[in-house]
Design a protein around this ligand. Structure first.
Ligand code: SF4
Length: 769
């Protein structure tokens, strides 16, 4: 191994081998792989079977020219002089694709070279230890290798990577020079924008977490992106992840990045190549070119030969630099490879990734995995962060539908009949137990929170999942979609069952015979998210509604030194007339009596000042009743309404009626498609009515949530009902005033808005008449 010459480039053993030793088809048939926990436990199990002097997690590193290669080998047995790479798996090992096996050998050979060099060994036995998670049986593949052979192999891998490494090093230098010179792309900051930008810079500079509540219209996207990018060179930040809740948020971030690119010309001699590599991460369902095919070379033409064509595609993609969804697709199709998996590859080499929050916070999130594997200093920006509690709860929840598994049992191929039958019987047993215990307690037996996980059912589910995995691996061509879907549901459930704790509950709903749904529902995402925040170099969570901060700290698991900032609003009280008419209660028991007074308020306000209004209700049922009453009593008031499951075109048509000079009232549900993220500036919207406090329904689930949050944080009612409700109210009300020139009216339709505990949760700049 030659000695290093500065400057050098660092690469993990795994990343090096992923780059140099992959060839052939992309093949996801051998998945699903064991969970991370199964992997860790599997490694511990193998290590536990070895002698006392067995060394685990061996840190190794070495150099080749300008390259520093490092990583941790799984285990070394000094007595046998055997270096082991442990891989956990499910199903028949002989079905593992040859290129996957070759990759594993490449990894252990590189570790072998590093070990021989470090310890002065002349030779070593290399071993791949495959541990079957289901049977706990080890399959050992070994080969003897001399230090000379391994060193030659290592050098060959490094040589294949060196040009790329050099290109990456130059890119990084050029990127950092460009960022250091980067200027704010507008002549001046908007009111509040500088304040936010300064705090974001501080968070990135000190590696802290910032929870920033900042009003609409101040340019939050630019106020977070610009300072984070400016901090990149000094703080040696490797990557920025701009994470959004919905697709339009991605567009805003990409637009802001495009403005920055335009504002700062690139250095000469770079042929107009952008200095910053930007990647838009898109869901597989949106990026896939062959949605009816499976992701392996026998089924999908874009998976066949994927790794053979990847190097050229990767090179073309990084040369392009700007890779939004369309650009990425273009590059991928020019090289006949899958755009989705090309995007996954490019996440390794992009400076800024713009994508959904699940790309970092989900249990198997790509960006989190890459940051961990490569030791990245990653700066996170999370837009519309008030939604993260609910989104994260969804990420760590799973459901099983009895009907779907019963159907599968009836149509199951022969090898699956037995395990599926066992599972179906466990389902029936659980349903019977619950019905009996519900009846015994004289409670509704349609829904119940289980005292513990139904272990027998989970065990049967595990066996069924293994059987389906084996079957799918043996019949890759004939894999039917329902079978795969059930398998993925089963695995998601099993993984969450492994980490079941007081952050979640297990419930069973039985709307009808044979229609039970078993749920694992996360209540406190903090337990899953805290390590994610801890791993990031810095995090900025921003939104117009992040009060009270303690709610987010507790439920998201933010670090104890997380800074909360509320940016001074540019809006003035006189811009928004806020009224709470007396005598209206929207409590469930008062709904019927509330219809006439609400209709009167809507009509009076509309006649006093005709124009476009939004009226929000807690549910479609309530919305429809008020709408019918208004049509009956005040037929001349124009109305239009949100309906369940609107298509994109229907949503656009709903919004198109909000136009300058337009008139009428658009009815919508709180927390729905029009309750946030909708921008209707000026007289496209002159007022809003909000009926109810947006409280979630008082049902057994929410009552269980409240009890759990009370036990854990002492704030059950506020955390389960009041705060989530008021967040929806404030978001909906935020549609009215979009900039410092806007004026409008907000009518809060419920007496409870006058209560001090509720008023405290409304924006301080509102003056309530
Ligand atoms: S195009 Fe679709 S089916 Fe083909 S590899 Fe990509 S994601 Fe899989």
């Amino acid at each position: 191994m030659s000695d290093a010459q500065a400057p050098h480039y660092r690469v993990a053993v795994r990343a090096l081998c992923d780059f140099t030793a992959r060839e052939g088809d992309l093949d996801h048939r051998f998945t699903p792989s064991p969970s991370a926990r199964e992997g860790i436990e599997g490694h511990a199990l193998v290590a536990g079977r070895r002698a006392d002097d067995y060394e685990t997690e061996l840190p190794l590193s070495g150099r080749y020219e300008g390259l520093v290669v490092s990583g941790r080998a799984d285990g070394y047995d000094p007595a046998r002089n055997r270096l082991e790479e442990i891989k956990t798996h499910r199903g028949d090992l002989s079905r593992m694709a040859a290129n996957q096996r070759a990759l594993h050998w490449a990894q252990v050979k590189v570790y072998g070279a590093l070990l021989c060099a470090e310890r002065g060994l002349d030779d070593v036995t290399l071993a791949l230890v495959y541990l079957d998670i289901a049977t706990q049986r080890e399959t050992l593949l070994t080969q003897a290798a001399t230090a000379t052979e391994l060193n030659a192999f290592f050098a060959a891998q490094c040589r294949r990577f060196l040009d790329w490494a050099e290109q990456e090093r130059c890119h990084r230098e050029r990127r950092d020079r460009w960022l250091a010179a980067l200027h704010f792309p507008h002549a001046e900051f908007r009111s509040g924008q500088r304040e936010l930008a300064e705090s974001v810079y501080k968070a990135a500079a000190t590696g802290r977490c910032l929870l920033a509540q900042a009003p609409t219209g101040i340019g939050k996207t630019m106020a977070t992106l610009f300072p984070t990018l400016k901090a990149m060179p000094r703080q040696r930040i490797d990557r920025v992840a701009f994470l959004t809740m919905k697709t339009p948020g991605r567009r805003l971030a990409l637009d802001a990045l495009a403005q920055l690119e335009l504002a700062e010309p690139c250095e000469e001699g770079e042929f107009g190549r952008p200095a910053l590599r930007v990647l838009e991460l898109v869901a597989r369902s949106k990026a896939c070119e062959y949605p009816d095919k499976a992701c392996h070379g026998d089924a999908c033409p874009l998976a066949a030969g994927f790794y053979d064509r990847l190097p050229a595609a990767r090179q073309a993609a990084v040369a392009r630099g700007w890779l939004d969804r369309e650009a990425l697709r273009e590059v991928a199709l020019e090289h006949d490879i899958c755009p989705y998996y090309l995007g996954q590859e490019l996440a390794r080499w992009s400076d800024v990734c713009v994508g959904d929050v699940n790309h970092y916070f989900d249990s198997s999130a790509l960006l989190h995995g890459l940051a961990q594997a490569n030791g990245w200093r990653l700066a996170l920006l999370v837009d519309e962060a008030h939604n993260l509690v609910d989104r994260a709860r969804g990420m760590y929840s799973a459901e099983l539908d009895q009907r779907a598994f019963s159907r599968l049992h009836r149509s199951a191929p022969a090898p699956l009949v037995k395990p599926m039958g066992r599972l179906v019987r466990q389902w029936q047993g659980l349903v019977r137990e619950q019905r009996e215990s519900g009846a015994a307690k004289a409670e509704s037996s349609d829904y119940g929170v289980l005292a513990a996980l139904p272990q027998r059912l989970v065990a049967a589910l595990n066996q069924a999942a293994v059987a389906i995995t084996d079957y799918l691996a043996e019949h890759p061509g004939g894999a039917d979609a329902a079978l795969q879907e059930r398998l993925f549901e089963a695995l998601a459930f099993i993984r969450l069952a492994e980490t079941f704790g007081d952050h979640s509950l297990c419930d069973l709903s039985q709307p009808g015979r044979g229609q039970a749904v078993l749920g694992l529902r996360n209540l406190v995402p903090a337990d899953f998210l805290a390590p994610r925040f801890a791993q990031a170099h810095s995090t900025v969570l921003f939104s117009a509604t992040l009060s009270p901060p303690r709610y987010y700290r507790d439920l998201l698991g933010l670090p104890s030194d997380c800074v909360w900032q509320t940016v001074t609003t540019p809006f003035r009280a006189e811009q928004l007339e806020v009224r709470i008419p007396g005598g209206i209660s929207t409590r469930l028991r008062d709904r019927e009596a509330s219809l006439d007074p609400i209709v009167a308020e809507l009509a009076d306000q509309y006649r006093r000042q005709p124009g476009p209004y939004l009226a929000f209700f807690s549910s479609f049922a309530y919305l429809e009743r008020v709408l019918a009453r208004l049509a009956e009593r005040q037929p001349d008031v124009p109305t239009w309404a949100q309906t369940r499951g609107m298509s994109e075109a229907e949503r656009d048509a709903f919004l198109a009626r909000f136009r300058p000079g337009g008139r009428g009232i658009g009815f919508a549900v709180l927390g729905g498609a029009f309750g946030e993220g909708v921008d209707l500036p000026g007289d496209r919207l002159i007022g809003a009515f909000i009926a109810t406090l947006g409280l979630p329904p008082f049902d057994p689930f929410n009552e269980a949530l409240k009890a759990r949050l009370e036990t854990r944080f002492g704030c059950g009612d506020a955390y389960a009902y009041r705060i989530p409700g008021l967040i929806k109210v404030v978001q909906a009300a935020g549609r009215v005033i979009r900039d410092p020139q806007d004026r409008g009216t907000l009518v809060l339709l419920d007496d409870r808005f006058r209560r001090p505990d509720v008023r405290r949760l409304l924006p301080g700049w509102w003056r309530v008449d």
